[in-house]
Design a protein around this ligand. Structure first.
Ligand code: SAH
Ligand code: SF4
Ligand code: F3S
Length: 433
């Protein structure tokens, strides 16, 4: 009998991609279920980026205690960045865990699964030499939705002073272009029209001549693939070729996630970001010269150790100067093993108050960017039916969610839409005849 697998995914898009591939790796033994109480195996694909994210794992595991008591054969596994960071410690804190697997060892999952449930838990948090993607089972030839993630680069060599990723994901590795292109063609054959290339530092990709820009141009040659996106980029790896691609590669969408974290040179230096605020602003200018309608999104950290009111004011000023269409902002969270965790910390209420001010500004900018779409024509890739009869929902080039009364329009179609209204987190529009 085929068993049932429940996977819960936390953290970034790379975890979403990894969860898909893990499910496929176990594909001949398990079929997916979205109900944990139905499952023969529960896998939590975890995130270690902030304390809250990491602690969620233990509260979630606590919720499964009853299930495990009722069904002793149930296997419980922890994958992802908490697995990498904490390894055997997870089993010490939560002895019902049968399996711990780090992000670089997913291809060993079937073997670990077979071992798990015996008296000793199966733990693998190596950084093996072999390429896990090459060893992971191929995706079965099942139909896919119109959009897909595709990891092309993993790991990070940047060592920002706040960040766990270089420790949990290891050194930067690029997948060879041939395997990326083959996977992309396979996705397109199965109905995918938009691919988002993923990497912790995706613009440092070097598996193709000409780097990420070279890969994007090669992907653009695939018939049937209509849209290409990539995330996440470090400002220092945004080279001339990639800026130019935003100007002249039609399939590359006019949306760029370009985290800056802070607008203060002092704090950028303390964070080890290796650029100044002014350089970021010049980069944004060059990108907008290449693609004037580019919608920018960013990540921000407030309350990094040493951040003064003046430093925070520099962040607010940078945000004012750039004008973001979308953004993610966080209170600094000290992470074990990272340099900044050892430094003198900013008070929690100061962090709270700064986060509120920053988010108020970012929200205003997001609303303004959406409102500016009203009256404009965009193209929408339709992904799923909306809540109202005849309604379809999809994304514009700018990654705005758009709802349209569009009876007869199928998933995966791209249609011109005139935007007529802006709601809190989506746009409404009508099909252009
Ligand atoms: N590779 C990406 C970021 C990956 S982590 C980059 O270089 O931009 C995603 C975001 O989480 C970061 O951009 C940062 O804003 C936030 N983040 C990372 N570590 C954090 C920490 N210790 N506390 C608060 N936010 C953090
Ligand atoms: Fe973390 Fe910095 Fe690497 Fe991004 S570039 S993953 S923030 S260390
Ligand atoms: Fe989290 Fe790991 Fe992604 S720490 S953000 S799941 S790379």
């Amino acid at each position: 009998m085929v068993k049932k697998l429940y996977i819960k995914t936390y953290g970034c898009q790379m975890n979403v991609y990894d969860s898909e591939r893990m499910a496929e790796a176990l594909g001949d033994r398990y079929e997916p279920t979205d109900r944990p109480d139905d499952a023969d195996m529960i896998l939590l694909n975890t995130c270690h980026i902030r304390e809250k994210a990491a602690e969620k794992v233990y509260s979630e595991l606590g919720r499964f205690k009853g299930l495990k008591a009722a069904k002793p054969d149930l296997k419980i596994g922890v994958a992802g960045c908490v697995a990498q960071a904490e390894g055997a410690e997870i089993v010490r804190r939560q002895p019902m865990v049968d399996l711990v697997v780090g992000p670089q060892s997913y291809h060993r999952l079937p073997e670990l699964e077979a071992r798990a449930g015996a008296k000793t838990p199966a733990i693998d948090t190596d950084f093996p030499e072999e390429d896990k993607f090459a060893h992971l089972a191929r995706r079965p030839k099942a139909a896919r939705g119109p959009t897909a993630f595709l990891t092309v680069q993993e790991g990070c060599d940047k060592f920002c002073a706040f960040c766990v990723v270089p420790y949990t994901r290891g050194a930067e590795v690029s997948r060879p272009a041939e395997t990326v292109l083959a996977e992309a063609r396979d996705l397109v054959e199965r109905g995918v029209r938009e691919i988002t290339l993923l990497g912790q530092n995706v613009n440092a990709y070097h598996g193709h001549e000409g780097g990420l820009a070279g890969l994007i141009r090669a992907l653009a040659g695939i018939d049937g693939l209509a849209r290409i996106r990539f995330t996440t980029s470090h400002p220092n790896d945004m080279d001339e070729a990639l800026i130019a691609a935003h100007g002249d590669c039609e399939k590359l969408m006019p949306y760029l996630h370009l985290p800056v974290q802070s607008g203060s040179d002092r704090i950028l230096k303390a964070m080890n970001r290796k650029h100044r605020a002014e350089e970021y602003l010049r980069l944004v200018e060059r990108l907008r010269a290449a693609r004037p309608d580019l919608l920018l999104s960013g990540d921000f950290i407030v309350g990094f150790p040493g951040e003064t009111e003046a430093d925070f004011a520099d962040t607010m000023a940078l945000v004012e100067a750039v004008g973001y269409g979308q953004s993610y902002s966080f209170k600094y969270s000290p992470r074990p093993g990272t340099p900044a965790a050892e430094r003198e910390q900013v008070d929690e209420d100061v962090k709270d108050e700064r986060l509120q001010r920053l988010q108020a500004l970012l929200n205003r900018q997001q609303e303004a960017a959406q409102a500016a779409m009203v009256g404009r024509e965009v193209s929408v890739l339709f992904e799923k039916p909306g809540r109202l009869p005849g309604q379809m929902g999809g994304k514009s080039e700018y990654l705005h969610a758009v709802h349209v009364h569009a009876p007869g329009v199928a998933r995966g179609e791209i249609r011109r839409v005139r935007i007529t209204e802006s709601a809190s987190h989506s746009l409404g529009g009508v099909l252009v005849p």
